[in-house]
Design a protein around this ligand. Structure first.
Ligand code: ADP
Length: 311
């Protein structure tokens, strides 16, 4: 089983408007509300691929209930810890020829007791899983090195942890004594992590991934949008080439890529196939309108068009 963690979920609201008028009333008759957050995208894609997954993290208030009901109605297993605060809304106004104006609530502040209670749930779920995914930002009240804490809780287990976060929380996890099994930065996240401009040519990426910051992390997959990916596994480097596809909405493709890594690792596939699973699901998400959504029937055809080259 795969356990997927979302520490800072949200109910994502999208308001499509032909024009956004400031300082006036805007009426919208096509509102869409979905369970959001990177980890929930990961969960949904794993479930759509019919692999076994359970979703956990922190939820509170009526929006927390909305997310629970949403997951249940899709047949997705979940076991979130309750918090006193209210799960947040994130609003995207889609207007004036593909402009997107977003309002992101900071969300609830988490207490120490709430974290302790979550850790019990997490540990119970993790001990019956072979892969854990930790995705996204951390809520207020949770220190930036919290993912290191979760990694340390699993230090005596064989669970492979895939960490998909950015900035300080990624850096502190890479510097912690217990390392994640895999990370999946995109080129912007890699750049922010290293504090320098990153050229995505393969020689440069090989040099960068050999940086001591990544020591002890067996699998690093740098996703490169339409250009596929570049990966390091143990001491070897891999270039992953993808076909050209009809893109509808690439938002959430990184989360879908993480879902592919998790499924591939959980099925104990070869490294080449793990990378192919990841890229195929990244592409399948980009081919759909809905974020964190894939069409399983297209998987085999696309999988066979992904090429992995060991350098
Ligand atoms: P993130 O969403 O984290 O920024 P990427 O944009 O690199 O991640 O996308 C992850 C993966 O999704 C890519 O490596 C690729 O497989 C697929 N993908 C994303 N955008 C495109 C695109 N425009 N064309 C083809 N594949 C895409």
């Amino acid at each position: 089983m795969i356990v997927s963690v979302t520490m800072n979920p949200s109910v994502d609201i999208s308001y499509p408007l032909s024009t956004l008028v400031l300082d006036d009333i805007n009426r919208c008759d096509k509102v869409r509300k979905t369970a959001g957050g990177k980890g929930l995208n990961v969960t949904r894609v794993i479930h759509q691929m019919e692999a076994e997954v359970i979703s956990t993290g922190l939820l509170g208030g009526v929006l927390g209930e909305f997310i629970r009901e949403n997951l249940s109605s899709e047949g997705i297993k979940h076991d979130f810890s309750n918090i006193q605060g209210d799960t947040r809304n994130c609003i995207a106004i889609l207007h004036d020829n593909y402009q997107q104006t977003e309002i992101l609530e900071a969300g609830p502040t988490i207490s120490t007791e709430e974290l302790t209670s979550f850790e019990e749930t997490f540990l119970t779920l993790a001990t019956s899983s072979d892969v854990a995914t930790l995705s996204g930002s951390l809520p207020k009240g949770v220190s930036k090195d919290y993912y290191s804490r979760l990694l340390s809780l699993l230090s005596n287990t064989d669970i492979k942890v895939i960490l998909d976060t950015s900035g300080e929380s990624l850096k502190s996890a890479l510097e912690s004594p217990v390392k994640p099994y895999a990370i999946k930065p995109n080129s912007d996240e890699l750049q922010a992590l290293l504090g320098e401009e990153v050229s995505t040519d393969y020689t440069n990426l090989s040099d960068i991934l050999s940086h001591s910051l990544f020591d002890g992390v067996p699998l690093i997959m740098v996703s490169l949008g339409k250009d596929g990916a570049f990966a390091k596994f143990d001491e070897s480097f891999y270039r992953v080439e993808i076909p050209s596809i009809p893109v509808k909405n690439p938002v959430g493709s990184g989360d879908s890529t993480v879902a592919g890594l998790a499924i591939g690792l959980s099925k104990r596939k070869s490294i080449e196939d793990v990378l192919k699973y990841a890229m195929t699901l990244g592409m399948l998400n980009a081919m759909e309108d809905t974020t964190g959504c894939v069409d399983k029937t297209k998987f085999d055809d696309l999988f066979n068009q992904v090429n992995v080259y060991k350098l």
